[in-house]
Design a protein around this ligand. Structure first.
Ligand SMILES: [Fe+2]
Length: 390
């Protein structure tokens, strides 16, 4: 939508961005009136030494902290409950710090909610709203990907029903995001690529979906430009702080955009694929981006041409239809450049499952927000096209 009408834009997070921003953590914690922190992360973050760096930063500033890192790659309800219990250690935490990728930050959000509201994640599953404010939460992303450090949702796996459930509400927004590109320097190339493509998809879908508004547009287009121009360098030259900074800022801005707009068909089919095969989120999203971009272009050539220009396509290269196609090709070039695997090469993927995947994709409510009406038959065509052509 290009008209300017009523809109609601929510942003509840103080963002402290920049190389070395981690040093401000103790001051930010104290400004929240807190002095005892539970750091929630996953074992990989501990192994990388990042949890120690955070603990040292807190100790230097006189903030007591302890750690909970018993998290799976996709956090489970019981793990969030255990993290909430860990918060009651000693005098009890008065702030929770989520450190890591989207999964760890989402687990930290859920733990902060459970400390004050009690029960399990399932008890508070969307659409039920939390009754009490969660414990203050500070998020520190270590990937340029999910944007969870600024969004109001936590996605948690129900280990009993084997599905992903969500907690939603502005109370889940972190009070502070410490967004320090230095913390992403050690991210391996494949993870940098997958998480970066996820962030690019957030920005593209936030801009092209039906819920886009002028504020999210500005954030989304800038995010597309930052990520498209810098992801290759971040992947192939991981120590390049400038590229790391640009992609991380892009992912946070994309989070602000899609948190207030939404995503679309790429995330529907990507989530369906990830749910069936446990494909890492960023890869599951990236593989479908070109086919969905082409499918959606027909519904809004101008917006898809805008994305193409933000990706660096020459505005004089043709009419909107030509620009949109060049945009799809630019996405494909970027994917090849950063070595995103092909759908056909992903573990477990079997075209015999495509009917079911298409049905699940069409069932997600977000499908309604896709710029072009999309049914199971369309998803099926996208699945086959992606499987065949990539
Ligand atoms: Fe995503």
């Amino acid at each position: 939508m290009d008209g300017i009408g009523d809109l609601l834009f929510r942003h509840h997070t103080r963002i402290v961005f920049g190389p070395g921003a981690l040093a401000s953590l103790p001051d930010e914690v104290r400004a929240l009136g807190a002095s005892r922190a539970l750091v929630v992360c996953d074992p990989g973050i501990t192994r990388l030494g990042l949890a120690d760096r955070v603990a040292e930063a807190l100790a230097t500033g006189g903030v007591e902290s302890w750690r909970f890192d018993a998290l799976s790659e996709n956090p489970r309800d019981a793990e969030c409950c255990a993290a909430a219990s860990a918060a009651s250690h000693g005098l009890g935490a008065d702030v929770i710090i989520g450190l890591g990728g989207g999964s760890a930050m989402d687990a930290a959000k859920a733990a902060a909610a459970l400390v004050t509201n009690g029960g399990t994640v399932k008890d508070w599953e969307d659409p039920r709203q939390l009754e009490r404010e969660p414990l203050p939460l500070v998020c520190i992303p270590t990937t340029a990907g999910t944007g969870s450090e600024v969004t109001f949702v936590a996605v948690i796996t129900d280990e009993v029903g084997h599905y992903k459930m969500a907690l939603r509400g502005t109370g889940l927004a972190p009070r502070v995001a410490i967004v320090d590109p230095e913390l992403t320097l050690s991210l391996p190339p494949a993870l940098t690529a997958a998480t970066g493509m996820d962030a690019l998809a957030h920005a593209i879908e936030a801009y092209t979906c039906k819920k886009a508004n002028p504020i999210t547009d500005a954030l989304a287009l800038k995010a597309v430009a930052l990520i498209a121009a810098n992801l290759s360098t971040a992947v192939h030259h991981g120590a390049d702080l400038e590229a790391r900074s640009a992609t991380l800022l892009g992912s946070t801005m994309a989070g602000m955009a899609f948190g207030n707009s939404t995503v679309g068909a790429v995330h529907c089919v990507g989530e369906a694929l990830g749910g069936l095969y446990d494909t890492p989120h960023g890869v599951a999203i990236a593989v479908f981006l070109p086919a969905v971009f082409r499918f959606n272009s027909a519904a809004d050539l101008a917006r898809h041409a805008d994305v193409a220009k933000a990706m660096g396509v020459d505005a004089a290269a043709g009419d909107p239809a030509a620009l949109a196609e060049l945009g799809a090709a630019a996405i494909e070039r970027l994917m090849a450049d950063v070595d995103i695997p092909r759908l056909a090469d992903l573990p477990g993927v079997d075209p015999a499952d495509f009917d079911e995947l298409a049905r699940v994709s069409a069932g997600f409510s977000v499908s309604q927000m896709n710029p072009r009406e999309i049914a199971a038959a369309d998803y099926l065509a996208i699945l086959h096209e992606t499987y065949r052509t990539d």
